[in-house]
Every structure is written in structure tokens, then in C-alpha cells.
Ligand binder design. Structure first.
Ligand SMILES: [Zn+2]
Ligand SMILES: [Zn+2]
Length: 116
């Protein structure tokens, strides 16, 4: 599984094209909030987890995507309008953030399971 290309669906949503034919959609806000860099997700040092304080007032440009580039053959680097570009999103991570109908349905626990 590998990302083939990406495009903007609109100003707040990214469309991702995968080499297995899957076309995913992910809101930029979700992507930024899931930024895997240490500054966003905190760091675990000697079993202590240091998490950054939640941002009560997101600065302008925080959820605006400025650019994106692939890193090697395993990840995507997203560059945000506020200058943040530390996050490397691996293909697995990106795909797990997919919000298309099929992925959301698959993730939701099936209701009424069991023999009928
Ligand atoms: Zn999907
Ligand atoms: Zn980050």
C-alpha cells in the first residue's frame, strides 16, 4: 500500500489516491491534529509522557495546508501555513485517518452482529 497522489477536494479536505485503487478523503483538521511529530503528540522520556497542552485558540493557518511532499517511499510530509512541517505521516498512519464512507463503516463496530 502506497500513496500515489493527493489533491485538494476543497479548502478543508484532502483527497488521497492509493495504489490499491482506494480513494480516500481526510479533513485537514484531522490531519493536523494527528500530526505525529514530538511537538504535537508529546514525547515519552524514561516512561514519563510529556504531552503538549491543548491549544485553546488555534493560530491562523494551523489547519491550512501549504504543501506536501513524499519522503522516501514510506511517508508524506505536510507543510502547514503556520510554518509547521515536522510531521511525517507514514502510509499506514495516513490510511488509518481516512474518512471515506467505506473506511468509516469498516471501523465502526457492526451493529446487530451474530447469527440471524
Ligand atoms: Zn477510505
Ligand atoms: Zn507536529
Amino acid at each position: 500500500m502506497k500513496l500515489k497522489k493527493l489533491s485538494r477536494l476543497d479548502s478543508t479536505t484532502l483527497q488521497l489516491f492509493w495504489d490499491d485503487g482506494h480513494v480516500g478523503v481526510t479533513p485537514l483538521e484531522l490531519l493536523r491534529d494527528a500530526c505525529p511529530c514530538a511537538g504535537c503528540q508529546g514525547e515519552t522520556v524514561l516512561l514519563h509522557h510529556y504531552a503538549p497542552a491543548p491549544d485553546p485558540d488555534p493560530h491562523p493557518g494551523k489547519y491550512t495546508l501549504k504543501g506536501a511532499e513524499t519522503v522516501g517511499s514510506y511517508a508524506l510530509k505536510l507543510v502547514w501555513e503556520d510554518g509547521h512541517e515536522q510531521g511525517l505521516y507514514t502510509w499506514e498512519h495516513l490510511r488509518s485517518l481516512c474518512c471515506c464512507e467505506a473506511c468509516v463503516e469498516r471501523r465502526e463496530p457492526a451493529a446487530g452482529e451474530g447469527p440471524q
